[in-house]
Design a protein around this ligand. Structure first.
Ligand SMILES: *[C@@H]1O[C@H](CO)[C@@H](O)[C@H](O)[C@H]1NC(C)=O
Ligand SMILES: *[C@@H]1O[C@H](CO)[C@@H](O)[C@H](O)[C@H]1NC(C)=O
Ligand SMILES: *[C@@H]1O[C@H](CO)[C@@H](O)[C@H](O)[C@H]1NC(C)=O
Ligand SMILES: *[C@@H]1O[C@H](CO)[C@@H](O)[C@H](O)[C@H]1NC(C)=O
Ligand SMILES: *[C@@H]1O[C@H](CO)[C@@H](O)[C@H](O)[C@H]1NC(C)=O
Length: 498
């Protein structure tokens, strides 16, 4: 049964591994939305997977698979985005229903990051390989999200649907709400049961699973649920896999959560039973919009990484989902380098010199917790030289990136706080580690390195008025100005003064 579902007989008479949506179709529950920046989800799909927009001239490029049914053409993106920044503007629907995901508009919820539309994701924040071939996922920081409020063919009311998504199991937070799936068409909270989306993270305001999270749960609006019990289902485990397959499906008074390691093994059912024991969820009142990275009311305080996901018409069988999981495992998701440009070595002492014409004698320095640029040379005092020197450490939040510890204040690291760079003592919290992790890449102006923020990958170290920020190439803050961006974010890294 499983092997019959996993393979389709093509006209050429050769047995070829089917795509996830071919498998759902043979199970009688076809995809009505299929989103991925990493690969085609139908065996024959050769159209556009996603669109990127570059900062230098706002030109766009659609990225397709290397061949029909294959992995995304990341080399086309790399070439188009060389020496500038790129964001993902559209994640195309491969199902033929035109349920494309684009920048989420303002919604009912207005957080500190919300100012009109949500932000677009960096096109380079989540590099991976699939079967050895490079591709990029969608790395979503707080304030970023995608949406389609006019989707067609999605489940409405109490109609049945299935969903799966592949996420980065190590990129999550306790903000609301990193979701993928069915949501309100208005962008506002219209009440219990008006959503049915996959949630991933460790928020503990509503339901939880066992341990401290992150968990796969369902966002059904006005609550995240792990089972029938509104508060907790101890059968819903804390996820520790780097790549996780998350499944949520629902039909009249029945729904299920399933999950597994997207790089090996099978799915496990964490819940399958009646609707949550609270009013408003039976029957459901699904509206049929599609969200990614945000809650139904545009709550955009969460973070996570999306690689691929689909929504189906009808309630998929466990056997169909098991065959989809086998296909995901066969796609061979794996981690890859997060950095490029001149190499940094852990344990070395470095100084970082500005390359903008105004400031080529200025180095990233600190006075107390303030981080700025100062004119420094070998003739300055030891104190000045130490203030401009940093020990390269393994990235506190991601070992493929780096953190920068102060030479004169051991235990204190460069970290972003409200997008300003500060020197603060490491409190060993998950948030500090993430705010202090940076992934250098080749300098955007061709010199040295541009130092990308791990948790806000549209943002790079930038000197602006001699103060250090993590800045994006255009945006609502003055330090996000596009003028001089490439120069201001490029630093020559040399041996430390001290
Ligand atoms: C894509 O698929 C269509 C329809 O199957 C086919 O006509 C076209 O030649 C294919 N294009 C490429 C670039 O493979
Ligand atoms: C993975 O790559 C190898 C070597 O290029 C190839 O032989 C194999 O068919 C690929 N597997 C899949 C599932 O695409
Ligand atoms: C559902 O809620 C009712 C009332 O609070 C309670 O008596 C019942 O035990 C609950 N059932 C489950 C399965 O949680
Ligand atoms: C380093 O020395 C130069 C030359 O004396 C001086 O102009 C500069 O202000 C000094 N830098 C700092 C940070 O004090
Ligand atoms: C938010 O948007 C408004 C209107 O577009 C703009 O005037 C304002 O400066 C923005 N707020 C921030 C913090 O940039």
């Amino acid at each position: 049964m499983k092997s019959l579902l996993a393979f389709v007989l093509l006209a050429t008479s050769s047995l070829v591994l089917a795509g996830p949506c071919d498998i759902y179709a043979s199970g009688g529950t076809p995809c009505i939305a299929a989103h991925s920046t990493t690969r085609a989800l139908f065996n024959s799909f050769n159209g556009s997977l996603y669109q990127v927009k570059r900062g230098s001239d706002s030109a766009t490029l659609n990225i397709g698979p290397l061949s029909a049914g294959g992995v995304a053409n990341a080399a086309a993106q790399d070439s188009f985005c060389a020496h500038t920044t790129c964001v993902i503007t559209t994640i195309f629907d491969q199902s033929g229903h035109n349920n494309h995901l684009t920048q989420a508009p303002a919604g009912g919820w207005k957080g500190p990051e919300a100012n009109g539309s949500d932000n677009l994701a960096s096109a380079t924040g989540a590099p991976v390989t699939l079967n050895g071939s490079k591709a990029y996922g969608v790395f979503i920081p707080p304030g970023t999200g995608y949406r389609n409020n006019a989707a067609t063919g999605t489940a409405k009311g109490d109609a049945a649907q299935g969903m799966y998504a592949v996420f980065d199991g190590t990129h999550y937070n306790g903000g609301c709400c990193f979701d993928y799936g069915n949501a309100e068409t208005s962008g506002g909270d219209t009440g219990a049961g008006h959503m049915e989306a996959i949630y991933f993270g460790n928020i503990n305001v509503w339901g939880t699973g066992s341990g401290s999270g992150p968990w796969i749960m369902a966002d059904l609006e006005n609550g995240l649920f792990s089972g029938v019990n509104v508060k907790q289902n101890t059968g819903d485990p804390t996820i520790t896999d780097r790549f996780v397959t998350a499944v949520v499906k629902g039909q009249p008074n029945n729904w299920a959560i399933r999950g597994g390691n997207a790089a090996s093994g099978a799915l496990t059912t964490f819940y399958n039973g009646q609707r949550p024991n609270a009013s408003g969820y039976n029957p459901m009142s699904k509206e049929g919009a599609i969200i990614l990275g945000i809650g139904g009311d545009n709550s955009n305080g969460a973070q996570g990484t999306f690689y691929e996901g689909v929504m189906t018409s009808g309630f998929p069988s466990d056997a169909t989902e098991n065959a989809v999981q086998a296909n995901i495992v066969a796609a061979k998701y794996a981690t890859t380098s997060m950095t490029s440009g001149p190499a940094l070595s852990v344990g070395s002492h470095v100084s970082l010199r500005a390359t903008t014409a105004c400031c080529t004698n200025r180095f990233i320095s600190h006075q107390g917790s303030t981080v700025n640029t100062q004119v420094v040379s070998s003739s300055n005092t030891t104190t000045v030289k130490q203030q401009a020197s940093w020990v390269v450490r393994t990235g506190l939040a991601n070992s493929a990136c780096f953190s920068f510890e102060s030479v004169d204040t051991a235990g204190s690291f460069l970290r972003q706080s409200s997008f300003q760079l500060m020197l603060n003592a490491n409190d060993n919290s998950k948030g500090f580690h993430e705010d202090a992790t940076f992934c250098p890449q080749a300098g955007l102006n061709g010199q040295g390195n541009s130092v990308r923020s791990w948790n806000y990958p549209t943002r790079f170290f930038r000197h602006f008025g001699n103060v250090l920020y993590i800045a994006s190439n255009g945006g609502v803050h003055d330090f996000d100005a596009t003028a001089l961006f490439n120069d201001d974010v490029s630093f020559v890294v040399s041996s430390g003064f001290a």
